[in-house]
Write a protein that binds this ligand. Structure first.
Ligand code: GRF
Length: 211
């Protein structure tokens, strides 16, 4: 027989290397890391990058033996140079999928194109409603009966990429932005790992492996 030998099953089903970008607390990053600890998880978190040295999530990553890297945007003279360093760091860790988790920098079209189809985000609203900031306040002010969160592919328009999954919560009488945020956040911690698992399960299936 000619051609390359069939790769071993264990090689085909290796977890997809994921890099996570954060700016602060990192509770979604934590949820993603914890889900990846399950036996035979579809992805493995290979690095966590923060644009601020004081991002609290860095401590969790380091405590779990995940490379925790600071790429301080203020140290660069342009967005492009900052993002070139981000990409360099992600590639140096072999990252195949990038998960934004409370990463508070808008990414340029160049970065988005470079990671197109491999870059996901979680947003605390039921997109396309309430793109941008202060989503919980705005949902309350608008008198919405429900609110929630969305995991979506990142495209060039902010919070406009194709939706991968959503979770809904009711808005209750007496809710404040804080009580509503807490209810939504609990859903984020389930939704994001589930969506990332779906993506990575598809990516590591034998049909999509480039061997
Ligand atoms: C989350 O609400 C997420 O949806 C939004 O920013 C917040 C980050 O929280 N993009 P954390 O840092 O993951 O705790």
């Amino acid at each position: 027989m000619t051609g390359s030998p069939t790769p071993r099953r264990s090689t085909l089903l290796a977890p997809v290397p994921v890099g996570i970008l954060i700016s602060g607390r990192g509770s979604n990053m934590e949820a993603l890391v914890r889900a990846a600890q399950a036996p035979n998880a579809s992805y493995k978190v290979v690095c966590v990058i923060a644009n601020r040295a004081d991002a609290k999530g860095l401590q969790f990553a380091a405590a779990h033996d995940i490379p925790a890297v600071v790429v301080n945007h203020k140290a660069f003279d342009s967005r492009e140079h900052f993002e070139a360093e981000l990409s360099q760091t992600l590639m140096a860790h072999g990252v195949r999928v990038v998960a934004l988790a409370g990463f508070m920098r808008v990414l340029t079209a160049g970065f988005v194109r470079q990671w197109q189809g491999r870059l996901v985000n979680i947003h605390p609203s039921l997109l396309p409603k309430f793109k941008g900031l202060h989503t919980h306040e705005r949902a309350l002010e608008a008198g919405e009966p429900e609110h929630g969160c969305t995991v979506h592919w990142v495209s060039e328009g902010v919070d406009e990429g194709e939706i991968i999954g959503q979770a809904r919560v009711p808005i209750k009488a007496g809710d404040t932005p804080e009580t509503l945020a807490a209810r939504v956040l609990a859903e984020e911690h389930t939704l994001y790992p589930a969506c990332l698992d779906k993506i990575c399960t598809a990516l590591r299936s034998p049909q999509t492996q480039s061997t």
